[in-house]
Ligand binder design. Structure first.
Ligand code: ATP
Ligand code: MG
Length: 434
């Protein structure tokens, strides 16, 4: 992509309405713009990041055996009356009527809808177990939308729902999602701590939240320091024993921790830090299958309400969360898997024909090699171009200038380490397409 054809409204000034670093950087780097309280437009660069996160989330859901579908954002009030949640949900639910006076709502979550869809499709034990998911916008009329996309009113969520014949099956489905979450967050370059969560209004008994450790997090966590020692490799290959270790490790929110008489974590290993909730999984049993009239035939001819779980990931919140975890004083530092482009190509002198020809040729070759490149071909000062590239945080910067070209070299800069290296254009290409 040529920057001269792109939409990248970066700003030097720190926006006055942003309190935390990720919100400031998302505005400054031209990723999003607020269009109403807690509602955001995703500008081209922000959308690419959102799509990359979505892709990683989807790949790990698919690997875990979950099946993707797509449910609508708008739901009917009648559906929610059947579970009793239409009245119970409160003012966070956006309700409205259509032209025929039918009561509607913008979905804050999808347990009722998925349960009816599954009810109408599944008849017997052969149709189970199943885990279904979608990645769809939600609306919750939060009292205090804040911190940009981290607590928006409209936000993108991956929500999955599992259906099993019995509790043992539910436990298996829950553990499969637990592992998928660990892998997902590791691939997003994040260290996520699984926290035993209170189950709240959704009911049920088994629940974990996944938190990124960050000073700006809204929750105070108490956890076992052993969690920090788990390596990325271990997470990516998480097997049964790793899961057992992790689910057994002790992490809790402050209010929960205050309630337990004897903390099972030895004092020397007890850490406290703030966390951002990026995922939440629940096993709640038959609550919705019973309410929505979902039952299936068992092997011996009986009928059971399937055991269900639901599993959410805050896809749009993750964009902010990743920035909280990965930035420096110059801007964002994207982890490889989510970066909007792999390489930022800078032509230092757009008014110099030789320099422009060399940069154009590198751009064409990077494209041909399938390396996603943002090419700053604008007629701007070099300093401004460096500042923009640092701000938007692409993993690599490839700098083409007249002085280097005379000596037959270009410069390659690693955004995370700041290391710069001079090498031939061919070597740079080989390195970046490896
Ligand atoms: P929170 O305690 O932060 O309000 P929640 O418990 O209401 O979260 P869930 O209903 O479990 O959240 O939703 C699943 C995920 O969706 C959360 O883990 C979070 O990452 C994301 N999420 C929830 N509310 C918002 C929001 N207002 N803006 C952005 N993401 C959100
Ligand atoms: Mg909430």
């Amino acid at each position: 992509m040529r920057l001269s054809n792109y939409l990248l409204p970066v700003t030097k000034e720190t926006p006055a309405d942003a309190q935390i670093v990720s919100h400031k950087l998302m505005l400054r780097a031209g990723l999003v713009r607020q269009t109403a309280a807690g509602i955001y437009a995703w500008l081209p660069l922000g959308l690419k990041v959102l799509r990359n996160i979505e892709r990683i989330v989807r790949e790990e859901q698919d690997k875990a055996g979950a099946v993707e579908l797509l449910m609508p954002t708008i739901q009917s009030a009648d559906l929610w009356r059947q579970s009793g949640r239409f009245d119970a949900y409160g003012p966070e639910m956006l309700r409205f009527v259509d032209r025929h006076d039918r009561e509607m709502l913008y979905g804050p979550t999808n347990e009722e809808m998925i349960t009816t869809l599954f009810r109408d499709a599944a008849k017997s034990y052969r149709d189970l177990p199943r885990t279904l998911y979608h990645i769809q916008w939600k609306f919750r009329d939060e009292v205090r939308p804040r911190f940009g996309v981290m607590r928006g009113r409209e936000f993108l969520m991956k929500d999955a729902y599992s259906f099993d014949l019995d509790e043992a099956g539910l436990k298996k489905s829950y553990e499969a999602m637990f592992v998928a979450y660990l892998r997902t967050f590791a691939r997003l370059g994040l260290q996520a701590v699984p926290v035993r969560a209170p189950t709240g209004p959704i009911g049920g008994d088994l629940s974990h939240e996944f938190h990124i450790l960050a000073d700006t997090g809204e929750s105070a966590l108490f956890y076992d320091a052993a969690i920090e020692d788990i390596s990325r490799e271990e997470l990516l290959s998480a097997d049964v024993s790793t899961i057992a270790r992790l689910t057994g490790l002790y992490a809790m929110e402050e209010e929960e921790h205050a309630k337990v008489a004897d903390c099972p974590v030895p004092p020397e290993r007890l850490r406290t830090r703030r966390g951002i909730e990026v995922g939440h999984i629940f096993a709640f049993g038959t609550k919705y299958s019973a309410a929505m009239g979902l039952s299936v035939q068992t092997k011996d001819g009986g009928q059971v309400h399937p055991q269900m779980g639901s599993y959410g990931i805050g896809v749009s919140r993750l964009v902010g969360g990743i920035i909280e975890a990965s930035h420096d004083e110059s801007g964002i530092v994207w982890p490889e898997g989510v970066a909007p482009f792999a390489v930022g190509l800078i032509n230092m002198r757009a008014d110099d024909d030789k320099c422009a020809a060399a940069a154009d040729s590198l751009y064409a070759k990077l494209n041909a090699a399938g390396v996603e490149t943002l090419y700053d071909d604008r007629d701007e000062r070099g300093g401004a171009k460096f500042a923009t590239m640092d701000l938007i945080g692409l993993p690599w910067q490839l700098i083409v200038g007249p002085k280097g070209l005379e000596r037959g070299v270009v410069e390659l800069k690693n955004r995370r380490t700041g290391e710069r290296e001079e090498l031939s254009a061919e070597s740079a290409l080989a390195r970046l397409s490896a």
